[in-house]
Design a protein around this ligand. Structure first.
Ligand SMILES: [Mn+2]
Length: 361
């Protein structure tokens, strides 16, 4: 029996320059990624796994320093009984000046090269690991898998690879069919940040910490065993925080406090930890102060963004009196005849009024 953890796409060192949260949170998020990486190391030690697979994008080469890679090395040294297997990806590719080649690695670390798929045998564990590191940040087409050839079916065979399951991609295109035909016991993939178990023996682990609002949902690692050539894997949520995107429907009769309550009722996730982006729909009483609303919500949410897609409610009676002699009056009445109970008619009325009133200014 062997036990393993499969991770990847950790993106250590990422600076979060293009996110919607402020600088302070960005700096903290960078540290949280380190923290989760170190939690994975601890978890591997605690579970006494035989292998820790890292399927690429361990770090962000553009922001990483020799100090950072040394910290990675020291973490790996702290779990000397775990075999750490790295196939570099597009963000940490192993080119000529790669940080992977600037320091001495302990004996428990294997970093694959980039000429062809390489293999490393672990005789005491009756296991052969195949892997490949990117040498540049794009790979259009490849015949990599052909290099694997016949496998030794008396052993556990595992492939660790960073690539894109897609017919055409700039990021090492792969097909499930080709992967299946390798007859591997397990294929540990990286590159896609959403965890996905593609087959009993093929999976994307996803990133352990989500990086922005494009990465909603659970994030974590995969842990597994191979017993008598039978693989068994499961996804384990591991992230400190989640990104949550939600819509909240308002109506013009809701007052300030009711709106606050309705937003707080969003049941998903944990308000004190997660990043929320709430888009507001429906009609909004025009006296509601949106700036205050966000500030008041910030007291209960770790992070909240409001996207206001509501339509302002109009005081129709006042508008009719003001506009007795012009098109606005006739427009309001024509729409009223169609029936304002129909939300589509009401929306059309309000959007039309916005244009007409703007035109008048
Ligand atoms: Mn990645």
């Amino acid at each position: 029996m062997i036990k393993f953890i499969h991770t990847g796409d950790i993106h250590l060192g990422l600076k979060f320059n293009n996110v919607s949260f402020d600088r302070e949170k960005a700096i903290l998020r960078r540290r949280e990624i380190w923290n989760s990486f170190e939690r994975i190391i601890e978890y591997a030690k605690e579970k006494e796994v035989d292998f820790l697979f890292i399927a690429g994008d361990l770090f962000e080469a553009s922001y990483f320093t020799i100090g950072d890679i040394t910290r990675v090395r020291d973490n790996f040294s702290s779990i000397e009984d775990v075999n750490i297997i790295i196939s570099a990806g597009n963000h940490d590719y192993r080119g000529r000046r790669s940080l992977y080649d600037k320091i001495q690695w302990p004996n428990n670390v294997t970093i694959f090269g980039g000429q062809t798929i390489e293999k490393k045998e672990f005789n005491d564990l009756n296991t052969i690991i195949y892997g490949y590191s990117w040498e540049s940040n794009q790979i259009y087409e490849n015949n990599l898998l052909k290099d694997i050839g016949e496998i030794d079916k008396t052993k556990n065979n595992i492939l660790v690879l960073h690539g894109d399951i897609s017919q055409s991609s700039n990021y090492l295109p792969l097909t499930l069919q080709d992967l299946n035909s390798l007859n591997m016991d397990y294929i540990a993939l990286g590159h896609i940040h959403k965890p996905e178990i593609l087959a009993d023996n093929i999976a994307y682990c996803g990133c352990p910490e989500p990086l922005d609002f494009g990465e909603e949902g659970e994030r974590g690692i995969i842990e597994g065993t191979i017993i008598d050539k039978k693989v068994d894997i499961r996804f384990l949520p591991f992230s400190k925080r989640k990104f949550i995107v939600k819509e909240v429907e308002l109506d013009e009769n809701m007052n300030y406090l009711e709106i606050i309550e309705k937003i707080k009722e969003v049941s998903q996730g944990n308000r004190e930890k997660d990043f929320y982006r709430i888009s507001l729909k429906g009609f909004l009483n025009r006296n509601i102060d949106m700036d205050n609303l966000v500030k008041d919500l910030e007291d209960t949410f770790y992070h909240i963004e409001l996207i206001n897609n509501t339509i302002w409610d109009y005081d129709l009676e006042a508008l009719e009196i003001e506009n007795r002699d012009n098109i606005i009056y006739h427009y309001i009445n024509a729409m009223k005849e169609k029936g304002l109970d129909d939300p589509v008619v009401k929306r059309a009325l309000y959007l039309g009024l916005e244009v007409l009133l703007k035109g008048r200014e």
